[in-house]
Design a protein around this ligand. Structure first.
Ligand SMILES: NC(=O)C1=CN([C@@H]2O[C@H](COP(=O)(O)OP(=O)(O)OC[C@H]3O[C@@H](n4cnc5c(N)ncnc54)[C@H](O)[C@@H]3O)[C@@H](O)[C@H]2O)C=CC1
Ligand SMILES: O=C(CO)COP(=O)(O)O
Length: 342
């Protein structure tokens, strides 16, 4: 069994640590907060981020990054997108051997417009890993922590590295598939958060299931349009990291993006909503990134543009829905065929 460092002790880092501990790996869960490390090591809980789940004793929290990564076989990065570059900078100072480098973060950086694996590749010298592996899919931490059936996908440039990650995580509760389309896997995981904000907004406005089904379906069409324009396979968006993650995030009360959207739909302002959440709502920054990417790639993304207006231009959610509903007429089959032929 392996020694694995998990960097980021939020809800997802903690849930993934449970999966690894169940697979008999020695898990070093790194946090930059001493109080949280004490909570994990003394009471075997992570109260703020994954309450009501008790952690296996083989998960040990560290605040010293050098100690956390000493002699580990794999490093799993699970901090928010905003922190990835900084954590990689710290990691490269202390890592002194080659590891399997995995990330489970879902976002696009609005400044560089880079995917998370691209940021990691920029910051981490290539002699420390073969390829970066992405782990993504429909997987709320709250359910993974309770060992409820969950499926995810791992992806990297080479199948061999993806399979190393698959071996580390797969068990009877947590089924791990591989997919070679790293661009599509990362974009699906990041972009669905925008549509989940929209689904929450729609429910917050009091609209019903028809509206939500429309958002999910037309949201998937625009995710696939941007994804294929950036080199993804359209098929990936029919898989776990595409429609799978879109469904779970748009329909689950666990989703922070959905819940933040709901509060926005009810009329609260963004600053108050984010303060209330106290956990990362990746869709906010990713909306900004996707808005810029859609302009750069010349791809139509009306839902993303509408959500950008609500988040950053003070647009009224109801006006944005009205705008979406009264756009010029479209031919559905033509839209879908364009994605397939891109
Ligand atoms: N929560 C979930 O169910 C899932 C989350 N994800 C993704 O995982 C990533 C992390 O999300 P969560 O764990 O849910 O977030 P969270 O808000 O629960 O926790 C984030 C953690 O990162 C730490 N952190 C923030 N900045 C840091 C820095 N500069 N250095 C070190 N640590 C830092 C925080 O202290 C906190 O422990 C996000 O990209 C999210 O989209 C993916 C799948 C499921
Ligand atoms: O990515 C997730 C589930 O697959 C988690 O989504 P939220 O960040 O919206 O909670």
């Amino acid at each position: 069994m392996a020694n694995v460092a998990v960097l980021g002790a939020g809800s997802w880092g903690t849930a993934l640590s449970i999966v690894l501990a169940d697979n008999h790996h020695e898990v070093r869960l790194w946090t930059h907060r001493a109080e949280q490390a004490n909570d994990i090591n003394e009471s075997h809980t992570n109260k703020k981020y994954l309450k009501e789940v008790s952690l296996p004793e083989s998960i040990v929290a560290y605040t010293d990054l050098k100690q956390a990564v000493q002699d580990v076989t794999a490093v799993v990065l699970v901090v928010p997108t905003k922190a990835i570059r900084d954590v990689c900078k710290q990691l490269r100072e202390v890592l002194d051997h080659k590891v399997t480098l995995i990330h489970a973060t879902k976002g696009i950086d609005p400044d560089s417009l880079k995917r998370v694996s691209e940021i990691i590749t920029e910051e981490m010298p290539s002699d420390y890993y073969d390829d970066v592996v992405v782990l993504s899919g429909p997987s709320h931490a709250e359910e993974v922590g309770l060992r409820q059936p969950t499926t995810v996908t791992v992806s990297s440039e080479t199948m061999k590295t993806a399979e190393l990650a698959q071996d580390l995580f797969i068990n009877e509760h947590f089924r791990v598939y591989t997919n070679p389309d790293i661009v599509g896997v990362e974009l699906g995981g990041a972009l669905k958060n925008i549509i989940a904000l929209g689904a929450g907004i729609s429910d917050g406005l009091g609209y019903g299931d028809n509206a939500k089904a429309a958002l999910i379906t037309r949201g998937l069409a625009e995710i696939a349009r941007l994804g294929t324009s950036m080199g993804s396979s359209p098929l990936t968006f029919a898989g776990l990291t595409g429609v799978g993650d879109l469904i779970v995030t748009c329909t689950s009360q666990h989703s922070r993006n959905y819940r933040a959207g709901y509060m926005l739909g009810q009329g609260q302002n963004l600053e108050d909503v984010l303060e209330h959440m106290g956990m990362v709502v990746e869709g906010v920054r990713t909306t900004n990134a996707a808005y810029k990417l859609s302009k750069e790639q010349g791809v139509e993304m009306p839902i993303t543009h509408g959500i950008e207006q609500i988040l950053f231009q003070n647009a009224e959610p109801k006006d944005v829905v009205d705008q979406l509903m009264t756009r010029g007429r479209r031919h559905e089959m033509e839209d879908l065929t364009n994605v397939l032929s891109d």
